[in-house]
Design a protein around this ligand. Sequence first.
Ligand code: UT7
Length: 332
Amino acid sequence: MEKIYAGITAVGGYLPEYRLTNKILETMVDTNDEWIKTRTGIDERRILKGEGLASSDMGVEAVKELLGKRGIQPEEIDCVICATVTPDMIFPATANIISYKAGMKNAFGFDVSAACSGFLYSLTLGTTMIESGRYKKVIVVGVDKMSAIVDYTDRTTCVIFGDGAGAVLLEPNDEGVGVLDSILKSDGSGKDFLHMKAGGSAKPASHETVDAKEHYIYQEGQSVFKFAVKGMADVSYELMQKNNLTADDISWLVPHQANLRIIDATANRMSLPKEKVMINIQKYGNTTAATIPLCLWEWEKQLHKGENIILAAFGGGFTWGATWVKWAYDSK
Ligand code: UT7
């Protein structure tokens, strides 16, 4: 029997209108444009404003754009996997809410919680579903409304994160293009360095947890930075070695956009020049699960069928990984 490959056949994205610039942040906390730019590479980030608007509202826009581009109906989708750490509610899954809002009546859906690596984990899951032959159209959404869990009095985290959504469609092909390999890793001891203290079963929400600001992101930046630089660079290099890929074989690196210095370290380890690295952190900051699909969305027109692309991520958990994609189409 011919091997079935899972190709990415369409990409959608959504970014909220509101731009939270470094200049505006200077009026909110003790920070400055120069510090933020040199330490992170970020100029501004997008924030979802509006009462009751949630991650699903951004995810659904990305999905609708993707369906329109591919020219298919929502009822044709078999499954929706949503990577997020800012679900609309702890339950039900945001994937279900996105399916409902977009009219994907025949899809089942579930969320994947793997922080900044969530999109890569979900893409790998979706790929195996397509490769099994059982499912024909799987949507993977990466979405986060980080502004919902950022403390805008904490200068060490509020300058980093932003909101956004990206989505890809996976479909079968027998041409050998698609998501070809992944190396995914996790290490639960990393939870001490990057987490939200309360609101889970270990420490349910209470007046005390709210007063202690325990429903916001807690990050020990320097420690995470050290693990991220090593983790993302090592796993990307490992994926290249495993698949006998040289820097010349690779057209693009799509790194998680957490910090420009982490991106540079990964590109250096892979011996890739800057021109081959997708970077939009200056415009959107760290949108957690959305960074990688948002890059694919922004660069879509420059991608060509058969090109080798490496996606790489590192995030809370710790979770990290790298994925090799052979791009499946030329965009019109
Ligand atoms: O995507 C999920 C995974 N997350 C990451 O990959 C993030 C990894 N970590 C980082 O990107 C960096 O650690 C940060 C951007 C979070 C921080 O950069 P850093 O170079 O590690 O700074 P630092 O934490 O070592 O702080 C250096 C100094 C400190 O002051 P002192 O103690 O030297 O006087 C901080 O208090 O910078 C100070 N600082 C700031 N100053 C101005 C911290 N935040 C700010 C700020 N503005 N926003």
